[in-house]
Design a protein around this ligand. Structure first.
Ligand SMILES: [Zn+2]
Ligand SMILES: [Zn+2]
Length: 273
């Protein structure tokens, strides 16, 4: 199913163990011809991780292998604090809804010749307990990503994990994609199309323990609809290692079932320097 993977972590991510040699070996076995590494940068003072990632990339350069980064959306207050202090020691979240920021500037991305940016939301940036409010806050962050010139791929949209409450105060989780209001999907698709961004299908939506089968199946319909609208879809394993498991059968089982084909996956548009 997949011949490319645009979201992979290496040892240069704080939470990953994969060696580039593991990726190359898996690419050979799984028929991947084009792929890129995207280590985490969560706050400005983590720029050194990107420099480590670049050094790993440079040591293993070869055709079809690309250099990306995964930037998370963060609180604008936290971004400002980290810029000023060089770390987030002593930072305390102010109350209320936080402005949405990305940790690196265009200049910083250019300085290490990043070829593409996966921009992704990972947590709420507002005081949310109710599942509908959480979905709305992810939507707010994803709209920022869909409109920001630094971002090439919006990574794992609506990657909502954890426990929240429903309108009756019962504990619930994001267990049904139908919880996402139609107008949010429309706004998101419109922004991706208008700005020429890719949307990612992340492997966590096929085998992540946080997601019910119902959520997974509904999510595949969402991805297929984005594709049918003309939004380029990139595959991202989000592999953190060790090793790189074969997910061909898994991707066939989930995306194949909604009519998605191998040739339907896109590559990001690479920045050139
Ligand atoms: Zn992520
Ligand atoms: Zn990731």
């Amino acid at each position: 199913m997949y011949h490319s993977d645009w979201h992979m972590h290496t040892m240069a991510s704080y939470d990953a163990k994969t060696r580039i040699s593991d990726i190359f070996a898996a690419a050979e076995q799984q028929g991947m011809t084009d792929f890129g590494i995207t280590d985490h940068v969560n706050i400005p003072s983590w720029f050194h991780y990107l420099q480590e990632s670049r050094a790993l990339f440079d040591a293993h350069k070869r055709p079809g292998f690309h250099f990306g980064v995964e930037l998370t959306t963060i609180s604008g207050y936290q971004e400002e604090y980290d810029r000023k202090n060089g770390n987030i020691l002593g930072y305390k979240d102010p109350e209320g809804v936080h402005p949405v920021a990305l940790p690196l500037t265009e200049e910083e991305l250019r300085s290490v010749q990043v070829e593409y940016v996966v921009g992704a939301a990972h947590w709420v940036l507002a005081p949310c307990k109710n599942i509908h409010d959480v979905i709305a806050d992810f939507h707010r962050q994803q709209m920022m990503l869909a409109n920001d010139p630094r971002v090439d791929i919006v990574g794992h949209p609506f990657c909502i994990t954890g426990k929240y409450t429903d309108d009756d105060g019962n504990v619930t989780c994001f267990d049904d994609f139908a919880l996402v209001p139609r107008h949010m999907i429309e706004e998101f698709f419109d922004a991706l199309l208008k700005n020429g961004k890719c949307m990612e299908i992340n492997r966590c939506f096929m085998n992540g323990a946080a997601y019910t089968e119902k959520l997974r199946r509904g999510y595949m319909e969402f991805v297929k609809e984005a594709f049918d609208r003309g939004i380029p879809i990139t595959y991202g394993s989000d592999n953190h290692g060790p090793g790189y498991p074969d997910a061909q059968a898994l991707v066939e089982e989930y995306l194949g079932k909604v009519g998605f084909k191998s040739e339907d996956f896109s590559m990001p548009k690479f920045r050139t320097y």
